[in-house]
Design a protein around this ligand. Structure first.
Ligand SMILES: O=C([O-])C(=O)C[C@H](O)[C@@H](O)C(=O)[O-]
Ligand SMILES: [Mg+2]
Length: 434
């Protein structure tokens, strides 16, 4: 029997969008009123549409536009060849190009992730199978996520920026409330867990001096008890000494400590001193980092992210490497909508082991670009979409509206420092602070 060649790419559309995002604080400053995302749509010669979503960035959007010429006419099943031509044009990224911020600034990983997810969406539609089946099949029906808490200023984001909608109720009201101390963090956690049913909790740290953040972790422990796993992530802002001091204090209450300090060498020093497992999305961030991670033992858990590790199949490879070298695996996130969430859920469902609930920023977003509205969480988990491919369809009206937001907001990339300076004049990002 001869296999026919797959559907070929006829058209690609790249649409930058801006999504309402509240004023969330983190090590790099403050989230802008809009988070940028880029939506890719690939159309085949037989008019099948595949979609994907990646973090928004004008330079990456330009590279995607440039990549079109290399992709048009290609068979969507030939993902290895597609990656090869993209590597030839854009080169592989180095770890150094990732940058010092909590997010990743590399080109190829984003470009290939966008193209791969859209092509796999098409492959799923052609074969009548969900993406999870293309990744080797479903290990679970529901994928658990953890509550992702942020210190934040009062404000709803978007047009309201630091103002609030006085008519909001429930989680929508809690989402715009300020959270600048341990008791406001506990209130945020209670509202988020009530709405989404999360059963583990992460606090984004690296905002206030460590004493305050450690107190917030103990306040969460007090409020939720020993059966709710807790994590804190100072995004590498602590020195080795600070990380060991506060890490030891939190040993009795943490599930894991995420990126307490910067770089694999420092992480390895902290790891030797603590019983709590260390997780990372900042020191071991690409395949080229793995040999040294294994050699020196820089972390226990790697936080995957298909947008940053170069796609869903690369993330499955990462899971195999983690299993081989005795690393745990969880998942990192950034402000995102339902196309990214769908891809994260398919990947989460395919992973051989799920020891940790995954990160998601989804509760912080209120916009959506998929038909049928926002994903539902049950007991903190998302059911794997049933339809072929990603199992979600693009809402074109919503896409057009969010693209207008992009044009109107004037943002072209994520940069949390100038946003922070609006609240704290002269504030500067530091790669190590305490
Ligand atoms: O785990 C992490 O490092 C993140 O989630 C990174 C994000 O960029 C987070 O810091 C944020 O959204 O501000
Ligand atoms: Mg992190």
């Amino acid at each position: 029997m001869h296999y026919k060649s797959g559907p070929r790419i006829k058209e690609i559309t790249i649409t930058p969008i801006a999504v309402v995002d509240p004023p969330l604080l983190n090590a790099a400053g403050l989230h802008a009123p809009y988070a940028l995302r880029t939506i890719m749509e690939v159309i085949t010669d037989d008019n099948i549409s595949g979609i994907s979503e990646i973090p928004g960035n004008k330079d990456i959007d330009a590279a995607l536009e440039e990549a079109k010429a290399l992709l048009i006419g290609r068979d969507v099943f030939q993902l290895n060849e597609i990656r090869h031509v993209l590597v030839e044009r854009f080169g592989t990224d180095t770890s150094a190009q990732r940058g010092e911020t909590p997010w990743d600034q590399r080109k190829l990983v984003h470009i290939f992730s966008a193209v791969e997810v859209a092509c796999m969406d098409i492959i799923g539609k052609v074969t009548g199978r969900p993406i999870v089946d293309l990744l080797g099949g479903k290990m679970r029906d529901r994928v658990p996520f953890s509550a992702y808490l942020f210190y934040k200023y009062e404000g709803a984001g978007g047009e309201l920026a630091f103002d609030i909608d006085p008519n909001a109720t429930g989680w929508a009201a809690a989402r715009q409330a300020s959270a600048l101390n341990p008791s406001e963090i506990v209130a945020q956690a209670q509202a988020m867990c009530k709405e989404f049913g999360f059963q583990s909790i992460k606090l984004k740290g690296g905002v206030f001096e460590p004493r305050q953040e450690v107190d917030a972790m103990f306040a969460l422990y007090e409020a939720f008890g020993p059966n709710v796993p807790l994590r804190v992530d100072p995004n590498a802002l602590w020195t080795v000494e600070t990380a060991i001091k506060y890490g030891k204090e939190m040993e009795p209450i943490l599930e894991y400590l995420e990126d307490p300090t910067r770089g694999q060498e420092n992480m390895a020093k902290v790891r030797k001193a603590l019983k709590t497992p260390l997780a990372t999305n900042m020191c071991t961030t690409s395949f080229e980092d793995i040999p040294n991670s294994v050699a020196i033992g820089s972390e226990d858990i790697i936080l995957s992210d298909h947008h940053f590790w170069g796609g869903l199949r690369a993330s499955m490879t990462l899971s195999g490497i983690c299993e081989t070298f005795g690393r745990g695996l969880s998942m990192h996130s950034n402000s995102h909508l339902g196309i990214s969430l769908a891809a994260m859920v398919h990947l989460g469902a395919a992973l051989p082991k799920m020891t940790y609930a995954l990160d998601t920023h989804y509760p912080w977003q209120s916009d959506e670009i998929i038909v049928g509205g926002r994903f539902k969480f049950e007991d903190g988990a998302v059911l794997v979409p049933q339809g072929p491919g990603l199992g979600v369809e693009l809402d074109r009206e919503a896409l057009a509206k969010l693209h207008q937001n992009y044009l109107a907001c004037g943002l072209t990339k994520r940069d949390d420092e100038p946003e922070m300076q609006k609240k704290v004049p002269g504030w500067k990002f530091k790669s190590v602070r305490w």
